[in-house]
Design a binder for this molecule. Structure first.
Ligand code: DCP
Ligand code: MG
Length: 370
């Protein structure tokens, strides 16, 4: 007879590929193996690191730092541009592996996904065994490594997958979950950026355990809506389902210029190029939004956005261009030069876009990607 007293936990796996872009490069180009490798923009001071091999990370090279900084830290590293098509292909292959076990897959990017294997297709039953099998398939069939986290909710699975990278497999079982959350530093909680973590520390809140001492009311007072999330998560509760076919909210293109630009012809020309890139991407997915947003980042890194909306989707390049141009006219430059501009579509009509069909980090290297 079934024991109805036993709580029915979900079985959630979070998979994240190790040093993804760099690992694909090292797989495809044996001469890069075992060497510090940086995948990103040019090392001319304006480019950005997408990722670095573990050999390069030893020197402190990290995602999102300037390539110039990476070069200072590790001058003997090999620098290569990303090959998005290769990464997209691997991404489809890992998803095909996931689908052997479940259709409840929520990709977060090309290299990362949640899987709900509460009832898996093959009747394996153990989430840990499934995670092991997936890791093995990725290794044997794709010659790459992934790290997996296994737990009863998305939050814990994601934290777990990061704990023993690379090639890690970490399980946080239900009996350990609350204790685990208590010792977790506040920075690890979803939604806690630098500003919030500073704020928390000023309040003497360093760990999940510290947050747990506060009432839900107090947490909401301090942190708004996210306070509700904190209240639950420190108790090991995260009911967010694994959403297959998740909608994406915007499509955009942006570019950091090789030198900062004043208002004028050159900037206008760039705006046209970037608006065209955004349009091309939207065309690719046959998804035109009713809102166009212009993003401007100034030389002092301050950033602003201006949007305009229409009752119908903006689906011709002429309309996109004229919207973007009139939005740029409305921007007060305050005497500053511009470092980056971006143009994006949002507010899509009913037809939705699946995240899994959308390339990761679409804004990093728009010119290479399209
Ligand atoms: N990426 C990027 N820009 C960033 C972060 C990531 O272009 N700021 C790209 C390159 C990464 C890929 O996304 O290879 C996956 O991101 P991860 O954060 O998972 O990083 P990695 O897979 O490279 O390394 P890790 O082993 O830490 O997961
Ligand atoms: Mg990764």
């Amino acid at each position: 007879m079934e024991n109805t007293d036993k709580p029915q936990y979900r079985k959630i796996i979070h998979i994240d590929m190790d040093a993804f872009y760099a690992a694909v490069e090292q797989r495809d180009f044996p001469e890069y193996r075992g060497k510090p490798l940086v995948v990103g923009g040019p090392a001319d001071g304006r480019g950005v690191v997408a990722t670095a091999s573990y050999e390069a990370r030893k020197f402190g090279v990290k995602s999102a730092m300037t390539s110039k900084r990476a070069f200072q830290l590790c001058p003997h590293a090999i620098f290569v541009y990303p090959r998005f098509n290769a990464y997209k292909e691997v991404s489809q292959q890992i998803r095909a592996i996931f689908r052997r076990y479940t259709d409840l897959i929520e990709p977060l990017s090309l290299d990362e996904a949640y899987l709900d294997v509460t009832t898996d297709k093959l009747g394996i039953g153990s989430a840990l065994s499934i995670a092991e099998e997936i890791k093995r398939a990725i290794r044997e069939e794709l010659h790459l490594t992934a790290s997996a986290g296994v737990s009863i909710n998305k939050f814990a699975a994601k934290i777990a997958s990061d704990m023993n990278k690379p090639d890690g497999l970490t399980f946080i079982g239900p009996s350990k979950l609350e204790k685990f959350m208590e010792q977790l530093p506040v920075e690890k909680f979803f939604g806690v950026g630098k500003v919030t973590s500073e704020k928390m520390k000023r309040q003497g809140l360093y760990t999940g355990g510290d947050l747990k001492k506060l009432s839900e009311h107090r947490l909401v007072q301090l942190f708004g809506k996210t306070g509700k999330f904190f209240y639950k998560i420190v108790r090991g509760i995260d009911d967010r389902p694994v959403h297959a076919n998740q909608e994406i909210k915007s499509i955009s293109a942006e570019d950091t210029f090789s030198y900062d630009l004043e208002r004028g012809e050159e900037l206008d020309e760039w705006l046209v190029q970037i608006a065209k890139s955004a349009f091309k991407r939207a065309s690719h997915y046959q998804a035109f939004g009713r809102t166009i947003t212009l993003k401007v980042k100034f030389e002092d890194f301050k950033q602003l956005t201006r949007s305009t909306s229409f009752p119908q989707p903006i689906s011709t390049i002429e309309n996109v261009l004229s919207c973007a141009q009139s939005l740029l006219k409305q921007v007060d430059f305050d005497g500053k030069k511009v470092r980056l501009i971006g143009v994006g579509f949002s507010n899509f009509p009913e037809q939705y876009l699946k995240k899994e069909n959308y390339p990761i980090q679409p804004t990093l290297f728009p010119r290479d990607e399209i």
